[in-house]
Write a protein that binds this ligand. Structure first.
Ligand SMILES: Nc1ncnc2c1ncn2[C@@H]1O[C@H](COP(=O)(O)OP(=O)(O)OP(=O)(O)O)[C@@H](O)[C@H]1O
Ligand SMILES: [Mg+2]
Length: 699
């Protein structure tokens, strides 16, 4: 496959496309870089185009296109120029065509051969959108709008979908590389709730633009985008979770989603219901922004629900879907004529958009009738001159396949904009900020630790003495170090990979970071809270309980508390990655903890009595190793255990006897530490492998 950039001399130019390209040409010549014509958007746009990009386009990409199909030896210069672009779509104009797109869903566990199980979600949907156009995709709920957007953007495609059809940009199939030239404002806004609007933009800019811009330039770009989207006022407000904690408004959230996608100046912008939930004034503003973007040469495809008349009239093109088929595709005016020709004229005082949706809706109680009507409309459209026009446009585009080598080369250059270290730094920053700012996860947890530690200390306050009764109390106290430092960290991480999965998938699809770095950042992000919790608990209880006040013993206990928390958290990571949902994870995690606790020996079980078919489980129990270390450290060198008054009762007088009774072997201290390290690494490696397997496909 061959790909090219903006200039498309072979494609017939149309008036609006021509005007948008003119603007781009102006930008290339640096005319807009000075801005200052009073038009907000224009000024913003001018500063959004970096001089270096203009230089790249001026000298490079025009020449590239002129040398369409030129020799491969030019590759290094393409590559070096590609590195100066904010994205593969930066400065490019893109005509999108899609031909006979069909999607069939297969139910989970259903066979693809059993046609009774299959549902047709899209049926031979074809269309075109040119650079400079804003196309509205409309249809009743369930008509297949989001499914079409997902196919066009090559994202969010579940494994149970069978997809057919051809999607081309400038006459060339890009496949998954379409994500490199396009932005996708999805139906649901997914953000990190604890970040502020500005912090979110800083994170996005850092990982999506990277070193292409200096920090100052990035901040300037953020300022401009926030200003453009009307978000300056709320830039320091936390994004929050709508309905759960105080957050930015729905409209602000939608505009933030736009700002996020525009950060790399994509050539095509897909928007799934950007105006849903907004008042008509806000909706108009959003669509107005889309129009302005189109005027600058962008290709906009926008799913929209029930727009007000004046908002509907702002679109230059319309695609009406009904029951997965095309009911109409063409100009907005043409739709009126088409429906009129089928005896569905739009009443005088009626909003045309509402009229189409109503005509194409499947009303409950009249399903068969409505489906028949919808099919008749779709059939009529297939025979109409509008459909013939669409087919012709697709053929023209196909006949003028563009050489998009630069996009290919962009694809071949390292996909990530920043180094692994920078990715890690930003991801850890975000994860830590999230932990620290989440009152449930941080403050409340620390308070809970203090309360539990004090109660625990009070329970053992006078019970830890070198007597026959004290032996059990000491062993019990030591074992509680294991339990208390296992449950919470494990449960903390059980939800970690599910909670952020939607955001992760989007950011991962946008090549913002590597999977391994994301995983590592999640682990590192939790380290401080585990360290703080374990330290608080250990320091308070050690002295309240009255364990031997020796530095060595205290230090080992302290270290074991922290290691235990981390090993438990690693097992929580594994549970999180293997569980299909948080709920399932929350069932698996406590079960696993009880098992490892039981097989940890100590107060619960003499390990040598285990039946052989279960004995292997002890090797997975971090309780076993941690408990043995604590037992050895605290009983070693103890020789003064007093016997009870009743001479009939058995008497243990030394720590060595206690260790022998509990099967603690002082020679195994190093082995135990090694096993804790091995379990920590093993759990994380398995968890990473599962995460990797689940996310091999980047969409
Ligand atoms: N992965 C999938 N598996 C099975 N069915 C699916 C899948 N994705 C979507 N569908 C079904 O396909 C139909 C179209 O869904 P889609 O989300 O595209 O509708 P929509 O037009 O965007 O609706 P809305 O306006 O409510 O967002 C729906 O009936 C939906 O249940
Ligand atoms: Mg939808």
């Amino acid at each position: 496959m061959a790909y090219t950039y903006a200039y498309k001399p072979k494609v017939k130019s149309r008036s609006e496309v021509g005007s948008s390209r003119d603007v781009l040409r102006e930008e290339r010549q640096g005319l807009l870089a000075t801005g200052g014509n009073g038009d907000d958007w224009q000024a913003t746009r001018a500063s959004l185009v970096r001089p270096v990009v203009q230089a790249g386009r001026q000298g490079g990409y025009g020449a590239v296109a002129a040398g369409n199909g030129g020799p491969r030896s030019e590759a290094p210069s393409f590559r070096s120029k590609a590195k100066t672009l904010l994205s593969a779509g930066d400065g490019m104009t893109a005509d999108l065509t899609f031909e006979n797109v069909s999607v069939i869903s297969v139910p989970k566990n259903g066979s693809r051969d059993d046609t009774r199980n299959l549902t047709q979600l899209l049926n031979n949907v074809s269309g075109t959108v040119r650079a400079g156009e804003v196309m509205a995709v409309m249809g009743a709920s369930g008509a297949g709008k989001s499914t079409l957007m997902n196919v066009l953007t090559n994202r969010n495609l579940s494994d149970n979908l069978m997809i057919d059809g051809i999607v081309k940009v400038n006459g060339t199939e890009l496949g998954s590389a379409i994500s490199k030239i396009s932005g996708y404002v999805q139906q649901d806004d997914v953000f990190f709730p604890t970040l502020s609007v500005r912090e979110h933009m800083e994170f996005q800019a850092a990982l999506r633009i990277g070193r292409l811009l200096t920090k100052q330039e990035r901040y300037q770009r953020i300022d401009e985008l926030l200003n453009l989207m009307g978000l300056t006022k709320c830039q320091h407000t936390r994004i929050g979770l709508p309905g759960i904690e105080k957050s930015i408004s729905g409209g602000e959230s939608k505009r933030l989603a736009f700002a996020t996608e525009l950060i790399v100046n994509p050539a095509i912008l897909f928007c799934d219901e950007p105006t849903t939930g907004l008042d008509s004034f806000m909706a108009e503003q959003v669509v107005n922004v889309l129009r302005q973007l189109a005027k600058r040469g962008k290709t906009i495809i926008c799913v929209i629900h029930q727009p007000a008349s004046h908002v509907f009239n702002m679109f230059s093109r319309l695609l009406l879907l009904a029951e997965g088929r095309v009911a109409y595709h063409g100009s907005c005016d043409g739709a009126l004529r088409f429906f009129e020709s089928l005896n569905f004229p739009c009443p005088e005082s009626y909003n045309a958009a509402e009229h189409y949706i109503k005509t194409l809706a499947i009303a409950g109680g009249h399903v068969a009738e409505c489906k028949e009507k919808v099919n008749a409309i779709c059939d009529a459209f297939e025979r109409s001159p509008d459909a013939a026009e669409v087919r012709k446009s697709i053929d023209v585009a196909t006949g003028h396949e563009q050489d998009l080598r630069s996009v290919m080369l962009f694809d071949q250059t390292p996909s990530y904009r920043v180094s692994a270290l920078v990715q890690l730094r930003w991801l850890v920053w975000r994860a830590m900020l999230d932990n620290m700012r989440n009152p449930d996860m941080f403050r409340v947890r620390t308070i809970q630790k203090i309360v539990v530690a004090v109660i625990y200390g009070m329970v053992y306050l006078h019970g830890v003495k070198p007597t026959q009764e004290g032996i059990q109390n000491i062993n019990g106290a030591l074992f509680l170090y294991m339990t208390e430092n296992s449950f919470a960290p494990m449960l903390d991480l059980v939800a970690v990979f599910q909670r952020g999965i939607a955001l992760f998938k989007r950011e991962y699809a946008a090549y913002m970071y590597r999977l391994s770095i994301y995983y590592l950042a999640q682990v590192l992000g939790w380290l401080p809270s585990f360290a703080i919790d374990a330290s608080v608990f250990c320091v308070i209880t050690y002295f309240m309980v009255g364990l031997v006040p020796e530095w060595y013993k205290f230090l080992i206990t302290f270290v074991i508390c922290i290691i235990t928390a981390n090993v438990a958290a690693a097992s929580g990571s594994l549970v999180s990655t293997i569980s299909p949902s948080i709920d399932v994870g929350l069932v698996i995690a406590p079960t696993l903890t009880v098992i490892v606790m039981l097989f940890g020996g100590g107060v619960y079980l003499k390990l040598k009595t285990l039946p052989p078919y279960l004995a292997w489980l002890q090797w997975l129990s971090w309780f076993r190793y941690g408990n043995e270390i604590l037992g050895i450290v605290h009983w070693q060198g103890v020789t003064n255990i007093t016997c009870s008054a009743d001479p009939q009762l058995p008497c243990i007088t030394t720590g060595a006897e206690v260790m022998a009774d509990n099967q603690y072997d002082p020679a195994k201290l190093g082995f135990d530490f090694g096993m804790l390290a091995a379990l920590y690494a093993g759990f994380h490696l398995c968890a990473y492998f599962v995460l990797y397997t689940k996310n091999r496909k980047r969409n």
